[in-house]
Design a protein around this ligand. Structure first.
Ligand code: GRG
Length: 301
């Protein structure tokens, strides 16, 4: 199977399971058809499903089948999609286009987008707490703990706050390279680190594997963010599926604007090589995650 086919397979499996989970957990019994529809719009309106793919492939490193990883992959995608629905709100990034479709608040309204995001965040932890996520309750508790840490004040939400403080508060000091690196490690990196580490948690792997996968996830998260900044500079709205050139318009410093295009591209290549090197430990089993590093570096959407 080619890399593209593997990505596609993980995306399809994730979407099928998400759809079934929404039907079961948020669908018929839910008080509000409007809320369910907005959750579905946020979750199933496109997307690369790259984080679920990382969960599935990190589990495959240890011989686990896709079925053993899919609920964890779906829980993570629920957190990711809630963050996008909230990030697009007028109070935050004020975007009307996401994944080539109207954003949730634009398709519905602001309060529905807020509630759909809240419900997706809650659903993520409901999915992880159920025995179908893993037969061992200790593993489920660890998944809940690690996803909560990655998503919350020390992770994605904290990074988003640092970002908005820098952008919106007149009193904020401009961020330098280290400050941006820290905020992006929290905002974008923490979920990608969780995705890469999840396979080791599901497989009850030892500390060396956990550490190696966390470092791989950090490389990928950093690369993912630089690639995103480069797309904002070099991509088109049609290609990327959302508004571009937003950072420059907002006068927002990014790693690319502070380092310059050439240094950013060369950092991307260094991160790709480091991530690939970490995967050599797993021999042929590590080949797909090694290719994922190249995918992140070359992505155009
Ligand atoms: C609102 C708490 C809260 C957090 C928002 C993730 C995030 C934090 C904001 C998104 C802003 C952004 C453009 C970040 C850059 C990296 C990123 C997360 C891009 C979107 O992820 P993709 O490319 O999206 O994986 P798809 O659509 O493929 O799922």
């Amino acid at each position: 199977m080619t890399f593209a086919q593997k990505l596609d397979q993980a995306a399809r499996a994730t979407e099928e399971r998400l759809s079934a989970l929404l039907d079961k957990l948020a669908g018929p019994q839910a008080a509000s058809a409007r809320l369910s529809a907005a959750m579905r719009h946020a979750l199933l309106g496109g997307g690369k499903r790259f984080r679920p793919f990382l969960v599935v492939e990190s589990a495959a490193l240890f011989g686990l089948p896709i079925t053993a990883a899919i609920d964890t992959a779906c829980a993570l995608e629920c957190v990711h999609c809630y963050s996008l629905a909230h990030d697009d709100l007028p109070a935050m990034d004020n975007d009307i286009l996401r994944r080539g479709q109207p954003t949730v608040w634009h398709a519905y309204d602001e309060w529905t987008a807020i509630l759909a995001g809240d419900a997706l965040l809650t659903l993520a932890f409901e999915i992880l707490a159920r025995p179908s996520a893993h037969a061992d309750p200790d593993v489920r508790a660890e998944l809940v703990l690690e996803l909560a840490k990655a998503s919350g004040a020390r992770g994605m939400v904290g990074g988003q706050s640092l970002d908005l403080e820098a952008e919106k508060l007149a009193t904020a000091e401009p961020l330098g390279i280290d400050g941006i690196r820290r905020l992006q490690g929290m905002k974008t990196g923490a979920l990608i680190r969780f995705a890469a580490s999840a396979g080791a948690i599901l497989a009850k792997a030892g500390a060396d594997d956990r550490d190696r996968l966390a470092r791989y996830g950090d490389d990928l998260g950093f690369a993912f963010q630089i690639a995103d900044d480069l797309l904002d500079v070099e991509g088109s709205e049609v290609e990327v599926g959302k508004a571009v050139a937003k950072d420059a318009q907002a006068g927002k410093a990014t790693l690319v604007s502070l380092m310059g295009l050439e240094a950013a591209r060369s950092k991307l290549r260094a991160l790709e090589q480091d991530a690939k090197h970490l995967m050599t430990h797993y021999g042929p089993r590590g080949a797909t995650l090694a290719e994922a590093a190249t995918f992140v570096v070359n992505r155009r959407s």
